[in-house]
Design a protein around this ligand. Structure first.
Ligand code: GLC
Length: 600
């Protein structure tokens, strides 16, 4: 049985600037996180991942690091960090740090030395090139934050490469000294007790050694982020990156029980390569597919199926619904669906990551022009790439500044904070906050949800159903992604059991006997207990039930197709069918896809 905490646990992303301010400067800090540690235990998460807290000019809010082995004064001190780790560990919480090895700040002393002269011993720590023969940037490579990815340094007559801001020069990962320096940075924090790293833009680390131009993207359209004009063939996802990652992994493996998570925006078939050869890469290559999916049962079932089928043997899945770079889930989908989304995240097979504030249904906050902070929005205004709206202060209570600070926060508060805050929602037994608590508790107590196999049942109309099984426990999850009620039953199996949780938190313990009634926007978790279950489960592994309809390629997505787990997949499975009232036809206009964002 797997005992790794990062397989059975739930990760919570803290964006430190916006979580809790403890010194009245309007910016969150480590002292604030310590004050709020009970929030994590109350919620029931296992690990917190902190976005960068290191000394930084904050051109990209900490993703531009000027010193890898200290804490920015805005967040606190090394002593405050040690206190945070010790306090978190005392509560059984793991602490994961953001590692940003692709680039530094232009104020990092390494870059200062590198740019000081063409002959500097650190010149080759960054990526320097002569101008193109006729002048101008050496290649057509583009910055993800707009414009050329090359900045000219007049003093030395060369360009340096920056995948993001010019203030974030890329390190040269082909240089072994750079690798060693970052390995030492990792050891510095691992020795201090951190439980692992989320590695920023890990798929960007290696660039083409022949500096070939990226192909032009024929599908590029006006209004898309400018860097989509080229396909990043030579600037990201290079084959050699996997050797670099295997080295990072070896450093993490020098210590017990630590995790390596990778930030990777790639299609599933490329993403899964980041488990590495024989699983020597990242433990968890972040799976962002739900961030970009249409909120539609068939689309979601299809991506789960694709993901599960693509996982390498032994590769542990994971799911993400929100982060500091994408619009909040409660605004990407219809607000009534935020509860269904939470149930999906907590009941899929694999490690979930919760973005701070999503547990109280925080929405994307409109940012007035004079309050915009995000450099991406400043560089590429007006096309909706701004990330500030997903980074607004945590809404703790209805008091001044939502209990986040005693001063005006660095980003505006959501106008709804008087009602939508932790204190209020805690007292409302059926709130989305208490739904998260219940889901986390259920997951913790359920072997099937924590580590069971995943078997798709059906995705049809607005309904998405799947079963998680471990040992004797069989859990059926039925999600209604639509605004019409539905009555669901299986022709192949008689569902008998007990309803453990409704997303509305008002049906605990209800007996299920054949049919499951779902209200609009409702999801339920049912423990199946029918005596026939064991026999059927055994036959599940052996192949389709006698008399069960054969899976068809034209049927609804996922119908009886497979059963996924870490041991053997796919396996034949019976094909339950749904009887729906009203019929399975889509009940309202299909929802618009989430807004397209940069860097995917
Ligand atoms: C990652 C971070 C993002 C940052 C970028 C550049 O994508 O998540 O916030 O702007 O890297 O470091």
């Amino acid at each position: 049985m797997d005992t790794e905490w990062w397989k059975t646990g739930v990760i919570y992303q803290v964006y430190p600037r916006s979580f809790q301010d403890s010194n009245g400067d309007g910016v969150g800090d480590l002292g604030g996180i310590v004050q709020r540690l009970s929030h994590f235990t109350e919620l029931g998460v296992d690990a917190i991942w902190l976005s960068p807290i290191f000394p930084s000019p904050m051109a990209d809010f900490g993703y531009d690091i000027a010193n890898y082995t200290d804490i920015d004064p805005i967040f606190g001190t090394l002593a405050a960090f040690d206190h945070l780790v010790a306090s978190a560990h005392a509560l059984g919480l793991k602490v994961v740090l953001d590692l940003v090895p692709n680039h530094t700040s232009d104020r990092h002393p390494w870059f200062g030395e590198s740019r000081s002269s063409r002959h500097s011993p650190k010149r080759d720590w960054y990526i320097w090139r002569d101008p193109a023969p006729g002048g101008g940037p050496p290649t057509n490579w583009m910055s993800d934050f707009g414009g050329s990815a090359w900045a000219f340094d007049a003093a030395t007559g060369q360009y340096y490469y920056h995948a993001y801001l010019a203030a974030q020069p890329d390190l040269n990962w082909r240089n072994p000294d750079v690798r060693r320096a970052i390995h030492d940075v990792m050891r510095f924090w691992l020795k201090r007790g951190v439980d692992g790293f989320r590695v920023d833009v890990i798929w960007h680390l290696i660039k083409d050694d022949q500096f070939r131009d990226n192909p032009v993207n024929p599908d590029y359209r006006e209004g898309q982020p400018p860097h989509h004009a080229v396909i990043p063939l030579y600037t990201a996802d290079r084959p050699e990156v996997h050797d670099v990652i295997a080295e990072l992994r070896r450093v993490v493996d020098e210590f017990d029980d630590r995790v390596l998570i990778g930030e990777i925006y790639l299609p599933i078939e490329r993403l899964v390569a980041y488990y590495g050869r024989d699983l020597t890469g990242t433990h968890l290559p972040f799976n962002f597919s739900l961030l970009q999916s249409r909120w539609n049962a068939r689309a979601i079932a299809k991506l789960i199926d694709e993901y599960e089928s693509a996982l390498p043997s032994g590769g542990w899945p994971n799911w993400v619904l929100g982060n500091h770079d994408r619009p909040r889930v409660a605004s990407r989908i219809e607000p009534e669906q935020a509860r269904v989304a939470a149930m999906l995240l907590m009941t899929l097979r694999g490690t979930p990551t919760i973005y701070y504030g999503d547990e109280i249904g925080m929405r994307q906050v409109p940012i007035p022009p004079d309050r915009i902070q995000d450099p991406f929005e400043k560089n590429v205004p007006g096309i909706g790439v701004g990330r500030d709206g997903a980074r607004t202060p945590m809404q703790w209570d209805a008091g001044p500044f939502a209990g986040f600070s005693t001063a005006e926060p660095w980003l505006p508060l959501s106008p709804d904070f008087h009602a939508e805050n932790v204190a209020n929602l805690r007292n409302d037994k059926t709130s989305i906050f208490n739904l998260h608590r219940r889901l986390l508790a259920l997951r913790r107590a359920s072997p099937a949800l924590k580590r069971g196999s995943y078997q798709p049942i059906v995705a049809s109309g607005d309904l998405l159903l799947y079963i998680r099984t471990h040992g004797q426990q069989r859990i059926l999850v039925a999600l209604n992604l639509g605004a019409e009620p539905a009555l669901v039953s299986s022709q192949a199996q008689h569902w008998r059991g007990r309803l453990l949780l409704s997303s509305f938190l008002d049906r605990d313990g209800e007996a299920i006997d054949g049919e499951i009634a779902l209200r609009a926007d409702e999801g339920v978790v049912v423990e199946l207990t029918s005596s026939g279950g064991l026999r059927r489960r055994t036959r599940l592994a052996d192949g389709p039930l006698q008399g069960a309809p054969k899976p068809t390629s034209s049927g609804p997505v996922g119908v009886g197709a497979r059963c996924y787990d870490t041991i053997a997949r796919p396996r034949g499975a019976p094909q339950p069918t749904l009887r729906l009232t009203p019929p399975a036809a889509p009940r309202r206009t299909e929802r618009a896809p989430p807004p397209r964002r940069g860097r995917d």
